[in-house]
Design a protein around this ligand. Structure first.
Ligand code: GLU
Length: 593
């Protein structure tokens, strides 16, 4: 993207955001799940983040600028899901070249040779997942989020990181109104947060959950953002902050006599200093004439979404009844998950060969689709297939299945600008509340992303020094005739994949609008004996699907999606959840009257 007059305008005007009066009393902002208009769009889970993105767009910034500014606000208002202590994946459509590019800002394991496949075992037994493995220095990966923001702006943005952090810094200083979701997430974390002194100091009020309706300020984080505004990348990946992150990982600040052990991690300052974002090719499948782009390894998102769609393409999903449609989607995602678990992990040469081409080939998907019985659910788990013939590489080795699941935190945002650039960005600190370890005096939580490694068994996702754990994050951009059509994504651990598949099918095959596709009831079949499903989904489809052999287990809520669409008349539609996780917020630069 060319730097232009917009650059100067943004330079001047972004500073105005800094002058928002720190004394103004924050109000609980309105949320809008849908917005239609022109000149740019933003959808996030939070109105303050959406507003920050829109403000940057209005001042002449582009979609990348807006995405980074919005993400930096989410680091303040959604501190248990996102922030500079975590990682994520950004997929970007560049209007000028028509290319789709990615940034892999995934967390990385420490380089210590002891961070091997047995790192989460003690006496041959896995460390209990909750609360011990998730609340440990061992689970903390080198954060990639701040490097992602800096890289995105340097390569594709028009504003500086100092400008992009400014709205977040202001929100951290002024505070925001605690809503039910924030209070609920804090309450869910109380037993962990009370154990880590720096976290109790930062996120609890006298050891308790901040009250709904009260104003929550994070002055430590405001100061950290200010430091990063002055120092840029070096302010995070070196110097005192890097040393403090390592100190918190190696020696978590724990109360006396904690109710469970908080294990130290193996990260050293050198691990932080050497961290770099990567730029893997996006994944791409053609689905019903559209091009669906996603994130490749170490995320399993793009491949597993792509394979599921390719399997689904074998069936007339637009013409069948609702139960038959749901049956085929559930069976397709189960098959794709078997392959995900068997073949996908960090695909850098020192770790794994991932047969991405084979897994994404239509030929392989057709073989998998032939296993679907239209009248009966397969017994789960189904076995993985063999994509090696389709892949064609001598490095491809047929593999056995290994199952891994992950949590339900994270956040997704989308932006588009008036030039047609689009960003689809999922970022996370893994579990809601991450490792529960706040870097003392710095106002942000460290991730526990390394719990995404498999702790036992075999397969491509075992821990190793310097490796990035497999993710399910699926930031997606869909092109029609080479032009942007849709962008979508969601949090939800490994349910991310099934949610993105459902939304795409609902929109592309089932005649739903994007807001309808996002609001529709959800289920998730990840090659497990039961289908996890929301109550509304079970009300509609359980009887019919049970008669085909599916078994169900309840889930209160799956995902918290955001998306945007380029409408045929040239307008933009931005969409967020109307209800899940308290609802999200969609906005456009120039709204329709
Ligand atoms: N750690 C998960 C992943 O990378 C995301 C966490 C979540 O959404 O719960 O797939």
């Amino acid at each position: 993207m060319r730097r232009s007059l917009a650059f100067i305008i943004v330079n001047v005007l972004a500073l105005l955001v800094a002058t928002l009066p720190a004394s103004a009393v924050p109000q609980l902002p309105d949320k809008h799940p849908v917005a239609v208009g022109t000149n740019g769009a933003v959808a996030t889970v939070d109105p303050l983040a959406t507003d920050a993105g829109l403000a940057i767009l209005r001042r002449g910034g582009n979609a990348v600028d807006a995405a980074v500014a919005a993400a930096a606000v989410l680091g303040v208002t959604e501190p248990y899901s996102a922030g500079i202590g975590g990682g994520g994946f950004m997929v970007i459509y560049l209007a000028e070249s028509g290319e789709v590019v990615t940034i892999d800002g995934r967390e990385e394991a420490p380089s210590d040779p002891d961070f091997d496949r047995d790192v989460f075992l003690e006496g041959g037994v896995p460390i209990p997942f909750f609360p011990e493995r998730v609340t440990s220095g061992l689970a903390v990966g080198v954060p990639g989020t701040f490097a992602t923001w800096v890289d995105a702006l340097e390569r594709y943005g028009t504003i500086t990181i100092a400008q992009a952090l400014q709205p977040g810094r202001v929100v951290a200083q002024r505070g925001f109104v605690v809503d039910e979701t924030f209070a609920g997430q804090t309450a869910g974390n109380l037993p962990r947060f009370r154990v880590i002194t720096s976290t109790a100091d930062t996120f609890l009020v006298d050891g308790e959950v901040p009250e709904v309706g009260s104003v929550f300020r994070n002055e430590d984080l405001a100061r950290t953002y200010h430091k990063l505004q002055r120092e840029g990348l070096a302010g995070f990946y070196g110097g005192d902050l890097a040393a403090e992150i390592v100190a918190a990982v190696q020696d978590p600040p724990v109360i006396d006599d904690p109710p469970f052990p908080v294990r130290p991690g193996l990260m050293v300052v050198g691990d932080i200093e050497q961290y770099q974002v990567l730029h893997p090719d996006p994944t791409m499948v053609e689905y019903r004439g559209l091009e669906v782009f996603g994130m490749g390894p170490p995320s399993s998102g793009g491949i597993t979404v792509g394979e599921s769609l390719n399997i689904g393409e074998n069936f007339p999903l637009d013409a069948v009844d609702d139960v038959t449609f749901q049956h085929h989607v559930l069976e397709a995602t189960a098959l794709a998950f078997a392959d995900r678990n068997a073949y996908i992990g960090d695909d850098r040469p020192q770790y794994n060969y991932v047969p991405t081409a084979g897994l994404l080939s239509q030929g392989f998907a057709d073989e998998r689709a032939a296993l679907i019985d239209p009248l009966a659910a397969a017994a789960k788990p189904v076995a993985p297939g063999d994509p090696c013939d389709e892949d064609g590489s001598v490095l491809c080795v047929p593999n056995a299945a290994a199952l891994a699941m992950s949590g339900s935190s994270t956040t997704h945002l989308v932006t588009a600008d008036k030039w047609g650039n689009v960003v689809s960005y999922t970022l996370t600190i893994e579990t809601t509340g991450g490792s529960a370890i706040t870097v003392p005096g710095r106002g942000f939580l460290l991730n526990n992303e390394l719990t995404d490694f498999n702790s036992t068994g075999d397969g491509p996702n075992l821990a190793a020094p310097g490796k990035r754990p497999r993710s399910s994050m699926s930031p997606t951009i869909v092109l029609a005739d080479g032009e942007p059509f849709l962008a979508v994504g969601t949090p939800g651990g490994s349910t991310i994949i099934t949610t993105v598949v459902e939304i795409l099918h609902n929109r592309i095959d089932r005649g739903m609008s994007l807001p309808e596709a996002i609001a529709a009831p959800r289920a998730t079949q990840r090659n497990t004996s039961t289908v996890g499903a929301e109550a509304a989904y079970r009300d509609l489809y359980e009887a019919g699907l049970t008669s085909l052999g599916h078994a169900f287990s309840g889930r209160s809520e799956i995902g918290a999606a955001t998306g945007l669409e380029f409408l045929p008349d040239g307008r933009l539609l931005a969409a967020a959840e109307p209800v899940r996780r308290g609802g999200g917020d969609a906005g456009v630069v120039r709204a329709d009257d």
